[in-house]
Write a protein that binds this ligand. Structure first.
Ligand SMILES: NC(=O)c1ccc[n+]([C@@H]2O[C@H](COP(=O)([O-])OP(=O)(O)OC[C@H]3O[C@@H](n4cnc5c(N)ncnc54)[C@H](OP(=O)(O)O)[C@@H]3O)[C@@H](O)[C@H]2O)c1
Length: 317
């Protein structure tokens, strides 16, 4: 019997795994854990979780996550909570003999001054941007920790590195959230209050987004099939889209395009942060002889906006 424990089971990615994967073989079970059940910043509670569920496999998603504002204003939490959670989960995976761990990093933890596209081998090649250094260093230590157990004990602990993620059940808070869910909430309020939908900056910066359900599928694939060094999980470079295009798709989904404007008095941030997913696509081709069919951003945003409108009362915001 395989028991797959998913930390951060109530979050954006955890809930996508929950929607997409219902074990049917009777040979495996999925356990989704949230912070109110086990606070993973406590080693004692983390050990109790492993004693309770006896997982054979772990997908570690739990993290203190947020957009620019949260990364800058809550550095101590971003550092301490993530270091503690990651340390406790990885250590318990080893101590309790977990057969496979897939842990989650992020492309935003790469060096600030680098060349593009970034690839997996460049993760530790320089300091991250100062705005998110606390989060980034905590995540980088997760990679080092997994690698140390792989090298010293042969543990199958791997890390995956997603680009920006979006989808239903995201955090839509206007202060804390990532750019795409924050824009959805902003457009929702603008329409409700009959105001203009103002997008900060010129809209030209390019980003790569992956739908949470695509990521869910790739994480489950990695759990079964991937045993190597860290792996970038992303749609291809050619699917890079501008923030302006994302905002237009959001406005269109709300039928509010005429009221959308850019406020160019705000700075744009980095123009692009292209990540190279060649290692992933080569592996997928080798495994499946087929190209992974990513959810198109146009379709994903329409569906996420619909979800937000229908679930406004209970959405995280
Ligand atoms: N969102 C993105 O754009 C993005 C991009 C790249 C990488 N990532 C990474 O992807 C993973 C999943 O992110 P997400 O967007 O799904 O995050 P999320 O929606 O913010 O969910 C975070 C999860 O972590 C749990 N958690 C937080 N503090 C905890 C604690 N002290 N003890 C136990 N659980 C705790 C939360 O549980 P409760 O809800 O019960 O508190 C929640 O289930 C994270 O590792 C993140 O760093 C995210």
């Amino acid at each position: 019997m395989k028991t797959i424990l998913i930390t951060g089971g109530s979050g954006l990615v955890g809930s996508a795994i929950q929607r997409k994967f219902v074990p049917e073989d009777g040979e495996s079970e999925l356990v989704f854990v949230k912070s109110s059940e086990f606070d993973l910043t406590s080693l004692e509670r983390t050990r109790e979780m492993f004693v309770t569920y006896k997982p054979t496999h772990v997908i570690h998603l739990a993290a203190c996550v947020g957009g620019l504002y949260k990364n800058m204003n809550q550095k101590v939490d971003m550092l301490e909570k993530n270091l503690l959670m990651n340390f406790n989960v990885v250590k318990c995976c080893h101590d309790f003999g977990v057969q496979k761990l897939v842990a989650c990093l992020s492309t935003c933890i790469f060096p600030d001054k680098t060349t593009y596209p970034i690839n997996e081998d460049m993760l530790h090649d320089g300091p991250p941007h100062t705005s998110n250094d606390a989060y980034a260093y905590a995540k980088r230590m997760l990679e080092i920790h997994c690698q140390a157990y792989r090298e010293n004990y042969g543990d199958k602990f791997v890390c995956v590195i997603p680009t920006n993620i979006y989808g239903p059940n995201d955090n839509f808070n206007l202060e804390d959230a990532h750019v795409l869910p924050a824009l959805i909430h902003k457009c929702y309020l603008a329409k409700k209050e009959n105001k203009d939908f103002i997008v900060r900056g010129t809209g030209t910066p390019l980003r790569q987004f992956i739908h949470s359900e695509d990521l869910a599928e790739l994480m489950m694939w990695a759990l079964e099939n991937y045993d190597g060094k860290s792996l970038i999980l992303s749609v291809s470079e050619s699917a890079e889209v501008s923030i302006g295009y994302v905002a237009k798709l959001i406005a269109k989904a709300f039928d509010y395009e005429e009221r959308m404007f850019f406020d160019e008095s705000f700075s744009d941030g980095q123009y692009k942060k292209t990540a190279d997913n060649t290692r992933l696509t080569d592996l997928l081709l080798k495994n499946h002889s087929t190209v992974f069919d990513f959810i198109k951003i146009e379709e994903g945003i329409t569906e996420t906006v619909k979800w937000f409108i229908e679930n406004y009362e209970n959405a995280r915001k």
